[in-house]
Design a protein around this ligand. Structure first.
Ligand code: NAD
Length: 348
């Protein structure tokens, strides 16, 4: 485990077993240099304790990078609760988890992730104030969609050499859920032509009806000719095969972990396709959660979400200077913000 901790440059890992509720949980705190760590609580079955630790470390590291590039005064953390095999009392389990979070005194703020929802956060909130995404906070998806929208404007500015107009541009949106649908609304409002797909036909029909979109088969959306392909459904959509088939100038969407491997970023770069790094362009939801938790104003929320587009422009400028895959550049920028002094010392 220490090898993983060292390689990921983790701050600390906390492990809890609560006999009464059966809670088996891990809280991984990657970095608190910029502020307390914030990240979701994942509640899924894990084959082993080692798998749960590996997941917590990987996710916590991702949150640090995301919060840093979003310019938030927050670090990255993540927690996992190993789903019990037999019967369990959800209220007891999440209450015990809330006490676990509280013991860390605010070094970790929890949130929703796979397998947890608003009602779980409400239970946690009975035990600690270091929790976000409760029923009082609201839905982050519209903020995620707005961040992606500003990211798309910046991507067009670099790709086409002009900005702030989507009129006549063709965007292919994959996945019409909470984020994808809200994004389509914004793109349609600006006069973009939409090509859409979802495995749920009703969602496709709705976008055809409301936005005059063209629906395509889910297997074809990534290879549809368009200006920007916007993955808002699945992770791993950019892999060796699909990248070969892309017929777009740029990829900019909300889905997490779009690149199947970091090498896929290189493949996109070699094909001359501009890529908006997922954890940068989809940070609107995290910004929303952070602002709601800190009780900041809507003006501040909007200002920071707009900032996603500006940070993306900086990343693209560096790509043009350094001629390197953009995912590597985003990582380097986040690492400089998280470990700046240490990096200077190491290279001195
Ligand atoms: P969601 O579950 O509401 O929507 C996902 C949509 O993708 C669904 O409509 C689903 O039917 C569709 N889909 C699944 N497989 C598909 C396929 N093969 N082809 C086409 N469509 C398919 O999720 P969401 O909240 O809209 O999030 C979308 C993506 O953005 C996810 O990857 C999520 O992790 C990421 N994300 C979301 C937020 C947020 O605030 N909700 C924040 C950051 C990142």
């Amino acid at each position: 485990m220490f090898r993983q901790i060292t390689e990921a440059r983790m701050n600390d890992i906390h492990i809890k077993y609560d006999e009464h509720s059966g809670l088996k949980s891990i809280i991984a705190i990657h970095n608190t240099r910029r502020g307390p760590s914030l990240g979701g609580c994942r509640f899924i079955p894990y084959p082993s304790f080692d798998d749960a630790v590996t997941d917590a470390i990987r996710l916590a590291q991702g949150m640090s990078y995301k919060a840093a590039l979003a310019g938030l005064d927050l670090g990255g953390g993540k927690s996992v609760i190993m789903m019990p095999e037999g019967d369990f009392d959800r209220t007891e389990l999440f209450s015990a988890f809330g006490r676990f979070v509280d013991e860390l005194g605010g070094r970790y703020i929890t949130a929703i992730d796979s397998g947890t929802g608003v009602s779980d956060m409400d239970i946690i909130a009975t035990q600690t104030r270091h929790v976000s995404c409760t029923s009082a906070s609201g839905n982050p998806a519209p903020s995620t969609a707005r961040g992606v929208y500003y990211g798309i404007l910046s991507t067009l500015k670099v790709h086409k050499g002009f900005g702030n107009t989507l009129k006549g541009m063709t965007l292919a949106v994959q996945g019409l859920g909470n984020v994808g649908y809200a994004l389509c609304q914004l793109l349609h409002r600006d006069g973009a032509r939409l090509v859409v797909s979802d495995i749920d036909d009703d969602k496709v029909e709705q976008c055809i009806r409301e936005f005059g979109a063209r629906g395509v088969n889910p297997a074809e959306i990534h290879s549809t000719p368009c200006d920007i392909f916007s993955p808002c459904g699945l992770g791993g959509i950019l892999n060796e095969q699909t990248i070969d088939q892309l017929q777009c100038g740029a990829v900019a969407g909300s889905a997490n972990n779009q690149l199947l491997t970091p090498e896929c970023g290189e493949q996109l770069f070699n094909r001359g396709i501009l890529y908006a790094p997922d954890y940068l362009i989809n940070a609107g939801g995290l910004i929303f959660v952070a602002m709601m938790h800190a009780r900041k104003s809507n003006e501040e929320l909007n200002h920071r979400i707009k900032g996603i587009g500006e940070t993306l422009l900086q990343v693209f400028r560096r790509q043009q200077q350094q001629q390197e895959p953009v995912n590597r550049i985003a990582d380097q920028m986040a690492e400089a913000m998280l470990f700046g002094d240490e990096i200077r010392q190491l290279t001195a």
